[in-house]
Design a protein around this ligand. Structure first.
Ligand code: HT7
Ligand code: ZN
Length: 848
């Protein structure tokens, strides 16, 4: 396996201006003719050979300025010796043959349900034609597609069409990873958008016939995203058309190809009957994310793949801002932090930890991680907090002005902030170059009317980075007096040293501190706080994130105590929950989040970080007992709450209704622990939308009931792939620990377990590892099953196999028995011949 290093970056030798591509589509034998217009620059790399990337291509023809050349490709590309290359601009023409129908890796040009589509990020274009497939080579593309299929799409603006052909011209230079082509029997939901400067843009969402009625929400989200980017970032759309296509077979969520975004169909198609509120929220966020890439990613792209966070971190940050503006900032922040802790903190604590900007990789597809995306977004949030909103806006304006049309780096990004604000960001840069989640400890002192906070940062070692220098950490703090009034509004302390004290003067009494408000930095706050103080913050904190956090910390303490053998749940948390859930001044969505018990994986991570060994079975039992205790304490309130959160009017996916449904269904889940499932059965029968239907089904499965409902659900939705993914998933997620592997075996034996479809594979095999107690069941059957499926999928679709293998990354947390079982599976994977670079790299890193 070859490792690529950031330090080895060199600019490409031969500037490329323009690309003309012709596709003659055929499932077994598509012909691709490429005419690459090079413009030699003697200053760039004098005497350099011309190297083009290419994989799995059958070279039919090669010519330079019309003269045939006799160069033989190797396994990874084609080299033209310098001696053959003219000093003046020249055109290199290639013709290759590829077979989209056999392409199960879903990278390059492939077929999904009879439709042609492409996925080129990160290095898929080299599977389409010989090309310098690297993000810093930006060229203008003209594309001709020849096919009898009715809809033929590519990037940019339409440039003519006739029977059996269509041409597209993209005026904006772009790297090859943003190239896209789609051809199929598709129908569109059309619409249009008038930009701030008066340009009319035709919008289309392309789907299979019959799915048009499920595109309205995605279209609305697109128009809101376009307006938001104009209003908040001053960024206007820059082509005459914007196309979105929904595809069933897709490795990830969606792809921001210039003017032709391609989406996993589950992130486009939604109707009240088939999509949950979470699906709607996700569709809105991903539509926005891909659209926002038009500026942060496409107009300004990355110089090399080590800079991936430049576009992904910033675009996640922007989509989070957008969702907060569309819905609730408080709820969005809590959800984002939960996701960060569940995925990124977990990554940072294990063998796969890497910096937001890694400095080496074997397979770049393995670095589309929570660290690059979500921690990348947190780093930008910290930057904004440190410089302030106005300076952030100025810096972003400068970024767009200075780097439009370029392939940039993290150094460029930080320099923009330095130039716009006058700050030195040398220390801040460590957030990009060092892995690991800092831990913050806190000491408090109250003396002579002065309250002092001493903060200390601890930077854990990570693979290849044993020792680290202190980071700059923005710590947002507020102070409350004992009555619950805020005496110090939120202020941002800048921790720059390992240990530093901050003083607050003029206080009449010892305050209660609310630290790390809004989760102002991606760190673990190690602070011993009494249950009474947590309950106080839960009741009085003005910062909604810390209010939720206080409840969460209380809940985690209860869960840890129960798992360690405590006989009962103490009153602090229960009483606080009873008060909170009935507080009608609080957003129902917030209350629903507060009611949600900590997940078992989250708890296992928390225990492991505190040096304790988690017992998955004990955690599972403890969590069930905790839920039962909560249901008992809330019993008198549940009927009233359910009544108050019952929605009577027409369905809307908006945040207000979704929040009410979330609280209603949280109550239903608790009630079913006491009524034997009667209310959930009735709710399932009465449900008119997927959120309620699935919540009722999950509540029943959780108490070991629900088979008739499961059957009815399966019968009703047999023909709907996206809904059936939910049917598969819910059974695995709610299987009892000793039944999880068996449930997966039963489901994977079904004819409709189409394992080559990534959504279906994830709905079962992904759910297997998401069921913590079932995955870690003591006999190791789930570990074996996961490894079997990874090895089966790997030759077909290495990218998805590698991604799913991260279920094994946490092995060091557990007892020696489980460690041995997981390591044996990793060793079995590594010993398999013909393993892909993707899965090979992941297994090797996890095995350590
Ligand atoms: N930029 C894209 C990342 C991506 C991807 C998407 C679909 C299939 C394979 C992919 N490889 C990389 C999506 C995004 O972050 O917006
Ligand atoms: Zn992205």
């Amino acid at each position: 396996q070859t490792t690529v290093y950031l330090a080895d970056y060199r600019p490409y030798s031969h500037p490329l201006d323009r690309v003309e591509l012709t596709f003659r589509l055929a499932p077994q034998a598509t012909r691709v003719v490429a005419r690459l217009h090079f413009r030699p620059d003697p200053a760039r790399s004098p005497g350099a050979d011309l190297r083009l990337d290419g994989e799995g291509l059958r070279l039919i023809r090669l010519a330079l300025d019309g003269t045939p050349l006799d160069c033989q490709p190797d396994d990874t590309g084609l080299t033209l010796p310098a001696a053959l290359l003219p000093a003046d601009p020249f055109v290199l023409e290639t013709e290759v043959e590829i077979a989209p129908v056999g392409n199960t890796a879903l990278e390059g040009l492939y077929m999904s349900n009879g439709m042609y589509c492409t996925q080129c990020e990160a290095e898929g274009f080299r599977k389409i034609t010989y090309y310098p497939d690297r993000p810093d080579v930006m060229a203008r593309f003209h594309v001709r597609i020849e096919s009898d299929l009715p809809v033929l799409l590519s990037n940019g603006n339409p440039a003519g069409q006739g029977p059996g052909w269509a041409e597209w011209d993209d005026p904006w230079p772009k790297p090859a990873y943003l190239f896209a082509l789609v051809a199929g029997e598709l129908v569109a939901l059309p619409d249009h958008f008038l930009t701030a400067s008066g340009r009319e843009v035709a919008l289309n969402i392309w789907v299979r016939a019959g799915d048009e009625s499920r595109c309205a929400y995605a279209m609305d989200a697109l128009k809101r995203s376009m307006r938001w980017d104009e209003q908040v970032y001053g960024r206007e759309y820059d082509l005459d058309v914007f196309n979105i296509v929904a595809v069933d077979d897709f490795n990830m969520g969606a792809m921001e190809n210039k003017g032709l975004n391609i989406f996993n169909s589950k992130l486009v198609l939604a109707s009240p009957e088939t999509a949950t509120d979470t699906d709607y929220e996700r569709i809105e966020a991903v539509i926005a994310h891909e659209y926002f890439h038009n500026w942060t990613g496409n107009r300004i792209t990355c110089r090399d793949w080590f800079q991936l966070c430049l576009k992904e971190g910033l675009t996640v940050f922007r989509d989070q801002q957008f969702s907060g503006d569309m819905r609730s900032h408080a709820v969005k922040r809590i959800e984002d932090v939960q996701a960060l802790r569940a995925r990124q903190f977990r990554e940072d604590q294990g063998p796969l930890a890497h910096p937001v900007r890694p400095d080496s990789f074997v397979e770049i597809n393995n670095f589309y991680t929570a660290t690059v995306y979500e921690k990348g977004a947190e780093v930008i949030g910290m930057l904004k907090r440190l410089v302030g909103d106005a300076e952030y806006a100025r810096a972003l304006d400068l970024y767009f002005a200075r780097h439009d049309g370029e392939a940039a780096t993290i150094e460029d990004w930080l320099k923009v902030f330095e130039d716009a604000t006058g700050r030195d960001l040398g220390q801040f840069k460590r957030w990009y170059t060092e892995a690991g989640t800092p831990r913050l400890t806190v000491e408090e002192e109250w003396k002579d009317g002065i309250y002092s906070l001493t903060l200390e940062q601890h930077l854990p070692p990570t693979p290849g980075q044993p020792v680290k220098a202190p980071k700059v950490i923005p710590v947002a703090v507020g102070l409350l007096n004992p009555n619950g009034d805020e005496v110090q509004p939120t202020t941002v302390l800048e921790l720059t040293e390992t240990r530093q004290s901050f003083r607050f003067e003029g206080l009449a009494s010892r305050p209660v501190a609310s630290i790390l408000r809004g989760f102002s930095a991606p760190v673990v706050l190690d602070r011993a706080v009494s249950a009474a103080e947590r309950a106080f913050l839960l009741a009085h904190d003005t910062d909604p994130f810390n209010r939720w956090e206080a409840g969460r910390a209380l809940a985690k303490e209860v869960l840890a105590d129960l798992a360690a053998g405590a006989p009962t749940v103490g009153p602090d948390w229960l009483e606080a929950m009873v008060r909170l859930v009935q507080d009608d001044s609080l957003d129902p969505a917030f209350r629903a989040l507060a009611l949600r018990l900590p997940g078992e994986d989250d708890m296992a991570a928390t225990l492991a970080a505190a040096g304790k060994q988690p017992d998955p079975a004990a955690l599972h039992t403890a969590r069930r007992r905790m839920a039962a205790a909560l249901a008992g304490a809330l019993a008198p309130a549940l009927p009233g709450l359910m009544e108050a959160t019952q929605i009577t009017g027409a369905f809307s996916p908006d945040a207000v209704q979704a929040g009410k449904r979330a609280l209603h269904n949280a109550c239903l889940g608790l009630l079913s622990l006491r009524d034997g499932g009667a209310a959930a059965e009735a709710a399932f029968a009465a449900a008119t939308n997927m959120t309620d239907s699935l919540a009722a089904l999950a509540a029943l499965l959780e108490i070991g009931r629900g088979q008739p409902q499961l059957d009815a659900f399966g019968a009703r939705w047999r023909g709907d792939r996206l809904v059936m993914d939910k049917w598969f998933m819910v059974q695995v997620l709610h299987a009892a620990p000793d039944q999880t592997a068996r449930t997966v075996e039963r489901l994977t034996a079904r004819a409709d377990f189409d394992w080559k479809n990534p959504n279906r594979f994830r709905s079962v095999i992904g759910a297997l590892s998401a069921n913590h107690a079932g995955f870690h069941y003591q006999d190791g059957a789930s570990y074996r099953l996961l490894a079997d499926w990874l090895l089966r999928l790997d030759p077909k679709n290495p990218q998805t196999a590698a991604r799913m293998s991260t279920a094994f990354e946490t092995w060091r947390r557990y007892d020696s028995g489980r460690q041995g079982l997981i390591r044996a599976e990793l060793a079995r994977i590594l010993a398999t011949s013909g393993l892909s670079r993707d899965l090979g790299e992941m297994a090797a890193r996890m095995a350590g």
